[in-house]
Write a protein that binds this ligand. Structure first.
Ligand code: ZN
Length: 112
């Protein structure tokens, strides 16, 4: 798609996931005639609420699904686990966001 810096892709599927979304947004643009980028995305999101009204799905449930979907995205972009060079323990998860460090474990005390 572009040369943007992308987040980690631990299972190698994120290009496919992005392409699936791209196809949905392109189809939305084709059906409605709206601009294929942000306009189609906004229309799709608002139309999902109209769809929910007709399916008896509450807007709260839709918001909960969005939140759950973002949690799934975070799982899909989580950094590969790091192995502590000192003790060999596997440390999973993303680096500390503010750039600070944490200690490996109570016993090891290696900074990561
Ligand atoms: Zn350690």
């Amino acid at each position: 798609m572009s040369n943007l810096k992308l987040p980690p892709d631990p299972d190698g599927m994120n290009d496919d996931r992005a392409e699936w979304a791209n196809e949905c947004i392109a189809l939305m643009s084709e059906i409605t005639g709206c601009d294929p980028d942000m306009e189609a995305l906004g229309d799709l999101f608002s139309d999902i609420f109209h769809w929910a009204d007709r399916k008896g799905i509450t807007h709260g449930e839709i918001h909960a699904r969005f939140a759950g979907s973002y949690a799934m995205y975070q799982q899909e972009t989580m950094a590969d686990p790091e192995t502590c060079a000192k003790c060999g323990i596997t440390i999973s998860g993303d680096p500390v966001p503010d750039g600070s460090y944490f200690y490996c474990s109570v016993d090891c005390r290696e900074r990561h």
